[in-house]
Ligand binder design. Structure first.
Ligand SMILES: [Zn+2]
Length: 153
């Protein structure tokens, strides 16, 4: 009899309060000032709130070799890892048009979000902010459990 795959270990995260979302978005807006975007002129700021309560900022860094460009969310993610945190509670993204993270960033963030159903993505909207969970943005993300399963481990 085949053994069913183990359930994905999830730990539910509490929803952001209005104050937490507002503060996180303010950090992302501030980070945007450091963006290096001389080619697209599309500046992005991001701020990650870790499960332990720390905030890590990032801004997009473009390159003359466009493929070497890195998004604000992945810069913030690198700062989080270097800061010693490994679990994301929420991510704020600040752009001129309230854009959500791109697909590559969603996949990268997912690696450090134990529960994609409660990991929140915050973007500005008129007079406030809009929140979506990682799961709502991309419900079929590739997870480490799938890699281990594919390798038979
Ligand atoms: Zn991105």
């Amino acid at each position: 009899m085949e053994t069913p795959p183990k359930a994905v270990k999830e730990s539910r995260l509490s929803p952001l309060s209005n104050e937490e979302a507002t503060n996180l978005l303010a950090s992302a807006k501030e980070a945007r000032e450091k963006a290096y975007a001389p080619y697209s002129m599309y500046k992005v700021g991001s701020a990650i709130l870790s499960k332990s309560g720390n905030i890590y900022e990032g801004a997009n860094i473009e390159n003359a070799s466009y493929g070497a460009t890195i998004c604000a969310e992945r810069v913030a993610l690198g700062n989080m890892i270097m800061g010693g945190d490994t679990e994301i509670r929420a991510v704020a993204v600040f752009t001129e048009d309230a854009g959500f993270p791109c697909g590559i960033c969603i996949q990268a963030l997912n690696e450090f979000a134990p529960d994609i159903k409660s990991c929140q993505i915050v973007v500005p909207s008129k007079g406030g902010f809009t929140v979506r969970t990682l799961d709502e943005l991309a419900p079929y993300l590739w997870r480490s459990e799938l890699v281990k399963k594919a390798k038979g481990k």
